[in-house]
Design a protein. Structure first.
Length: 272
């Protein structure tokens, strides 16, 4: 059973930050799950949402005097430059759902910086590309290529999986970047919404749909994960990565189901 640190170790350290990743590695995770977006000046940066969330981020000062875009929290990452994103405090506002140790001075890192940190470890990188069905395919291809290029330049292809709820990311990766693992994320919301999330495949059989697009693993939310789903995935030669698992009771349950990995906010609880 692999243990994946969700956004690093978001239950105990600020999410998607370098200090959070370092802490998760120290706790002994097998993989670091992280989220990436694309800035206005085409830099791949780390953040869970497509817009900066006040739940865990705080404005400090404008990137330059009189910047009309300030304040930045609440705005889309794609509309902000790296210089603007760098002003955001990502380390001192604890998410209300967690008890975190603050890390004053932590900023939104770039994927390049995360790779430099994790390159010296042996953890797997689970890199989720944050897009949705409203994105044009050309933008999906551009974002996927930018992400893949950075990972390749750090010689991390062999231990990186690309994750997406928007399965066009996975079909693009299969076509243009086939050496990366491709993990099909799904949840009740995306299965119920429409087929656009699943690259126009019907949602009634997500395992078969994931296999048909060339996914190398599936990652369902915990509420959807049953012994039958795990068995069906394994029959299709697809490992199962369950999210989000924060108790030892749930860990035992999904272990009994035969799941291959769990994603957790609390690696300190699960790995000890």
């Amino acid at each position: 059973m692999e243990i994946h640190g969700h956004r690093g170790a978001r239950g105990v350290r600020p999410e998607n930050t370098l200090p959070g990743f370092a802490h998760a590695v120290a706790l002994g995770v097998d993989a670091i799950e992280l989220d990436v977006g694309l800035s206005a000046d085409d830099v791949v940066v780390l953040n869970h949402d497509q817009a900066l969330s006040p739940a865990n981020l705080t404005d400090t000062a404008p990137a330059w005097p009189g910047d009309p875009a300030f304040p930045y929290v609440g705005k889309r990452i794609r509309s902000l430059t790296l210089a603007q994103l760098r002003t955001i405090d990502a380390g001192t506002r604890p998410h209300e759902a967690f008890t975190q140790v603050p890390v004053p001075g932590a900023r939104i890192p770039t994927l390049t910086e995360a790779c430099a940190l994790l390159d010296a470890t042996d953890v797997t990188l689970s890199v989720e590309l944050k897009t949705d069905p409203t994105w044009p395919l050309a933008e999906i291809e551009h974002f996927t290529a930018a992400t893949a290029d950075i990972l390749t330049s750090h010689d991390l292809t062999h231990r990186t999986r690309l994750l997406a709820f928007d399965w066009r990311v996975l079909t693009t990766a299969r076509k243009h970047h086939p050496d990366f693992g491709r993990v099909a994320l799904f949840e009740r919301k995306t299965l119920a919404a429409n087929t656009a999330w699943l690259a126009d495949h019907p949602p009634n059989d997500p395992v078969a749909a994931a296999a048909s697009i060339g996914a190398t693993a599936i990652s369902p939310e915990a509420a959807l994960t049953t012994p039958a789903l795990v068995d069906q995935a394994h029959a299709a030669d697809l490992p199962v990565i369950v999210w989000t698992v924060n108790t030892l009771e749930d860990l035992s349950r999904f272990t009994a189901y035969g799941a291959d990995a769990v994603v957790t906010d609390y690696p300190d609880r699960i790995t000890n």
